[in-house]
Design a protein around this ligand. Sequence first.
Ligand code: 1HE
Length: 278
Amino acid sequence: MHIQKEAAMSEQFPSDFVNIRLDRLEDGVWVATLDRPAKRNALDVATIEELVSLFSNAHRLGARAIVLSAEGDHFCAGLDLVEHHRQDRSPAEFMHICLRWHEAFNKMEYGGVPVIAALKGAVVGGGLELASAAHVRVADRSAYFALPEGQRGLFTGGGATIRVAGLVGKARMIDMMLTGRVYQQEEAIEVGLAQYLVDGSALDKALEIARRAAQNLPLTNFAICSAISHMQNMSSFDAAYAEAVVAGVVNTQPAARERLEAFANKTAARVRPSKPAT
Ligand code: 1HE
């Protein structure tokens, strides 16, 4: 009975999505594509609910890694400003909107499934908040990063004060908001907004990273893509304790025995310096 219910749920998921397209590839790699290019993938209420559903269910439904991509020339233009303008929300209503953003982005960051963002064009406002909840960010040469809220009479509400400040430091975030400063290309990498800059397609590189990550054991990836974030929220003393507990569980998992045996037998790959760029 229970199994039937689960199966029915997984069949439905995510057939009711409108603004996100989901392609499940081989080996549990999923590609989730923001699919509202006519609105530059602006995040309206419906899209945020789809993100909550996607990232709440992905681990349970067998995703081993997720590439977060976008249709059109731009990754994401942030909060749907037209919807926000038309709705004329009260402070309490907008607070609850922000709480749903946090639900979506927390499920993404703490959900235990590696999320690799493939970035292009505008990665701005709430779009940068979304990207900063991913575990790895890959930018192509068209990608540019900004927090235009300051100029629009707004403030960030989707976690930028935590995640963007965490990536670039509070001084840079304050400057971005006060002046509308835009980061792109090598400078964006230098300040920590993305970890990879590619001449070709960010999606191809993100897929390569996702496929590689998906080869790790799921419990190991769960720890990497959940425990590290949780531990940043703890005192060093408590984080060290939590690390020991997580390592106790992960480092003794039966599935790891084969990999340890291969190392002991000298059949496993050794860690070597990467090849110098040619
Ligand atoms: C939008 C949005 C949007 C585009 N909400 N509809 N974010 C921003 O301040 C970014 C606002 N957007 C832009 O600066 C530009 O639109 C872009 C640089 C992203 C793209 O420029 P462009 O020239 O390719 O497109 P466009 O002509 O400006 O817009 C095309 C359509 O997308 C148009 O709709 P149309 O029906 O008139 O064709 C735009 O209205 C629509 N569009 N961006 C709604 N953001 C939880 S707090 C989070 C705080 C924030 O994120 S504040 C938002 C910051």
